[in-house]
Design a binder for this molecule. Structure first.
Ligand SMILES: Cc1cc2nc3c(=O)[nH]c(=O)nc-3n(C[C@H](O)[C@H](O)[C@H](O)COP(=O)(O)O)c2cc1C
Length: 174
């Protein structure tokens, strides 16, 4: 027996998907992204509600997807609360890690995406793709409040983004 043989334990790369959703649209997008990311061997995908995620989840992960609705021309409140709680505890401890953003919006989504980009810039994360905004074309109160169904083409875009992030992290490209 070769007693000099050393065991190298390769831990799986971890993709953290932090999400908040009120009428279900963002949740479907986040789940699709998780499906795509799980296709990549050697990657563990953690799907966590923004209200349950904290600094430790960020520290443990190698790449991130931030997924939330745009509400009142801003990221949704619980997503903001997640960033408020975690920003300083992980500052200077996660720089260089890869991230992308998923936004579900009634008609716009750009302000929410911009806000997340500014926070990620503060953390010095590496943006791997433009924000993926799915517009559900809801503008009346009735449309806005009803449960959302995200179409297959948009879900496929989310899957692809999840897979791209996971593959890049697994291969050490990001
Ligand atoms: C209080 C409130 C404010 C909203 N403001 C915006 C907005 O500023 N821009 C926009 O594009 N959509 C806005 N919407 C629409 C939501 O983004 C849309 O309903 C989306 O599907 C929500 O995502 P969810 O299904 O994951 O909850 C608003 C919805 C609510 C409930």
């Amino acid at each position: 027996m070769d007693t000099r043989r050393k065991e190298v334990i390769v831990r799986p790369r971890i993709i953290l998907i932090v999400h908040h959703s009120v009428t279900g649209g963002t949740l479907q997008m986040a789940q699709a992204a998780a499906t795509g990311a799980r296709r990549e061997p050697g990657v563990e995908v953690r799907l966590q509600a923004a209200s349950a995620a904290g600094p430790q989840a960020l520290l443990e992960a190698d790449g991130y997807l931030f997924a939330c609705p745009e509400n009142l021309a801003a990221m949704s409140g619980l997503m903001k609360d997640f960033f408020d709680r975690t920003y300083y505890p992980v500052l200077d401890r996660i720089q260089g890690r890869a991230y992308a953003t998923l936004i579900c919006a009634g008609s716009d989504g750009t302000n929410a995406a911009r806000q997340i980009e500014r926070i990620a810039t503060g953390w010095r994360l590496r943006c791997i793709a433009p924000p993926l905004i799915v517009c559900v074309h809801a503008q009346t109160p009735q449309e806005i409040l009803k449960p959302k169904v995200i179409g297959p083409a948009d879900l496929a875009r989310c899957e692809e983004l999840g897979e791209t992030l996971a593959a890049g992290v697994a291969l050490g490209i990001f």
